[in-house]
Design a protein around this ligand. Structure first.
Ligand code: M6R
Length: 614
């Protein structure tokens, strides 16, 4: 999604604004721009440079036509209203006002209509109208600050905004309703950013604006106001985590780095959820979930989008099997609009890497408003969801930069499995001996992932073959069915090859009609109690000419050696942790296929890392 960075200070800002935009690249964008207030011979003017496509295009532009000043804003745009053109790229100007905006102004058509007699609009964007409104209010006699706060009151929708005004020197205005907005505190300078990563080289002292807050920044200070314009103090968070995690290191792509980090990231997740020394999962109290008692919970409702939703689907099997706890999974964009029947003793858990996904956040708020206990399983603990849910359950995977989620997925699975065991133990469905054995399986996850990573070379060879396909299927049963869905999502989002995931037993109810000579079918089937059934489905497609890639273990490989031309043999692992370990193979397969096809792996087309619009 769009990214914002702004600096108000006393030193030149252009180069640093562009560096900040580079740190926001991971969010996905299709154009970029920068605006500064320049001073020449005592006269000030608002100037900007914008470019379609990658930030290097903007950099080139600024090299050819330099701009600089000590107050500026910059933006990466992910198009919502209006095509991907330089004209529609931010910052937008109206009169003396320059603005960058992330999100959607829902009532922009009516606001635009109201101004159409007096104003000329140059773009199709919802953002430009906000700049006009501020400028218009100043012409009517308001100060910059009054005009900004007056305009905010008229906006409906979800937005994070940064504004600079020519003639209102030394001040930057910002507001947040929906998408997050971080303010960085510096020494003789202050900053705004879409997230702390954008500000990581500038400031470690961050204020996260609350819903409805707005602020005025100068080089020397920051004043935050709440939605009713009352001056308010917001807590300063000291960012301690190493931002090295936001660097690629020796890896060709962030996605590959993040795939390889998984032995470590799942270990971090486990450290939070289990007491490995005593072979126990941590209780609700030990996890800091004071007031949560799985004995009183009658139903778990998991709500998420994309990869996080597939992690939730896997967890449904775990909550039901290990804790005998009914569990629903909902795609967040469907949840609140279907007006679900909610019962009082339901624990609603949003699953979200970013903690900012608009649909998941809306669903979480809906559950809260309807009186449910709410939790969020989240990677970014400073996120809106983490702050709003009753219980924040961290996955501790570290910053995930690749748009295709990998390490967050395995950490989500690891945390959800641990929680399902906690629930099972609390509710009396898992005795001490079973708990010990389950926890032992959990502790092997990092090592088993490490062993699975050794299959990288073999998977890369298979990926070369897969890269010539027009379309592919992924099949799985039980917990491996959602993994098949995730495998297909990974392949399509970064390689652009059409792929579908199916429950292995469902294929013959229609989609098998699409199988023809050479169609790649990736079958995920460890040698568990469902193995033989999945192998029957494998044979159904193999006899129709499918080019089968079987992902299994040594026992499964031996059994199926004459049935599948390609076999990826994973380490022997417990049935319960298998989806976490097998996830590595589908990630590597998608990654190498995409690399072979030469796509933009870390920032695939049309996608954004953090989807902060509905
Ligand atoms: O930040 P979230 O986990 O809420 O994001 C949810 C989805 O947008 C995300 O998982 C998306 O599907 C990824 N691109 C998948 O790789």
């Amino acid at each position: 999604m769009c990214g914002i960075i702004g600096i108000v200070g006393s030193k030149p800002v252009a180069g640093r604004l562009i560096d900040g935009l580079k740190r926001l690249e991971y969010r996905g964008y299709d154009s970029a721009g920068i605006a500064v207030i320049e001073e020449t011979d005592g006269l000030s003017s608002l100037v900007r440079r914008r470019a379609k496509g990658k930030i290097v295009n903007l950099e080139e532009r600024v090299k050819l036509e330099p701009v600089d000043g000590v107050l500026g804003i910059a933006h990466t745009r992910w198009a919502t209203h209006g095509a991907v053109t330089e004209t529609n790229a931010h910052p937008h100007f109206a009169g003396r006002v320059g603005i960058v905006h992330n999100g959607i102004i829902e009532n922009f058509t009516e606001l635009r209509e109201a101004l159409k007699e007096t104003r000329t609009f140059n773009t199709q964007t919802d953002t430009e109208v906000v700049a006009h409104m501020i400028d218009e209010a100043m012409r009517a006699g308001m100060s910059g600050q009054e005009a900004f706060s007056h305009t905010l009151k008229q906006l409906r929708g979800a937005f994070a905004i940064g504004v600079v005004i020519d003639g209102v020197e030394g001040q930057m205005f910002t507001a947040r309703k929906g998408p997050p907005l971080a303010i960085g505190i510096g020494d003789g300078e202050n900053y705004i950013g879409s997230d702390a990563i954008a500000l990581s080289t500038l400031s470690k002292k961050i204020i996260y604006l609350e819903e409805g807050d707005w602020a005025v920044l100068t080089a020397d200070g920051v004043q935050v106001y709440d939605a009713d314009d009352n001056p308010i103090e917001r807590e300063i968070t000291h960012i301690t985590g190493s931002m090295a995690a936001a660097e690629k290191g020796n890896y060709r792509h962030f996605m590959l780095k993040e795939i390889y980090e998984q032995p470590e990231t799942t270990a971090h997740t486990l450290t939070h959820y289990i007491d490995a020394f005593n072979h126990k999962v941590k209780t609700e109290d030990e996890l800091g979930l004071k007031g949560l008692d799985f004995n009183r919970v009658e139903r778990v409702s998991l709500i998420a989008c994309g990869t996080a939703a597939y992690a939730a689907y896997v967890a449904k099997y775990w909550f039901e099997q290990l804790a005998s706890l009914p569990c629903d999974v909902d795609v967040a964009s469907e949840f609140r609009y279907r007006k679900p029947a909610l019962s009082g003793n339901t624990l609603a858990i949003a699953v979200s890497q970013s903690g900012e996904t608009a649909d998941t956040l809306a669903a979480l708020r809906y559950c809260k408003q309807n009186g449910l206990q709410t939790g969020v399983l989240v990677n970014v603990l400073s996120s809106t969801m983490a702050r709003e849910a009753d219980y924040a359950m961290p996955i501790n995977a570290g910053p995930e930069i690749g748009v295709a989620s990998t390490k967050a997925f395995t950490s989500q699975l690891t945390a959800l499995l641990s929680l399902a065991i906690t629930a099972g133990a609390q509710r009396g469905f898992i005795d001490a001996e079973a708990e010990k054995s389950l926890v032992e399986s959990l502790t092997h996850i990092p090592r088993h992932i490490n062993e699975t990573l050794k299959l990288d070379g073999a998977i890369e060879e298979l990926a070369q073959k897969l890269s010539t396909a027009k379309s592919a299927f992924y099949l799985g049963r039980g917990v491996h069915y959602p993994l098949a869905l995730e495998g297909a999502l990974k392949l399509k989002e970064i390689s652009y090859i059409h792929a579908e995931g199916y429950a292995a037993g469902e294929l013959k109810h229609g989609p098998i009609a699409l199988i023809e000579e050479g169609t790649p079918v990736i079958v995920i089937a460890p040698s568990d109690e469902l193995f033989e059934k999945t192998i029957s489905n494998l044979q159904e497609v193999a006899t129709r000419g499918a080019n089968v890639i079987l992902i299994t273990d040594a026992k499964g490989a031996k059994y199926a050696k004459d049935m599948a031309p390609h076999i990826i043999t994973c380490p022997d692992v417990s049935d319960i942790t298998a989806p976490i370990i097998y996830a590595i193979t589908i990630q590597l397969l998608a990654y190498h296929t995409a690399v072979h096809l030469g796509t933009d792996v870390d920032q695939p087309r049309n996608l954004a890392k953090s989807v902060t619009v509905e």
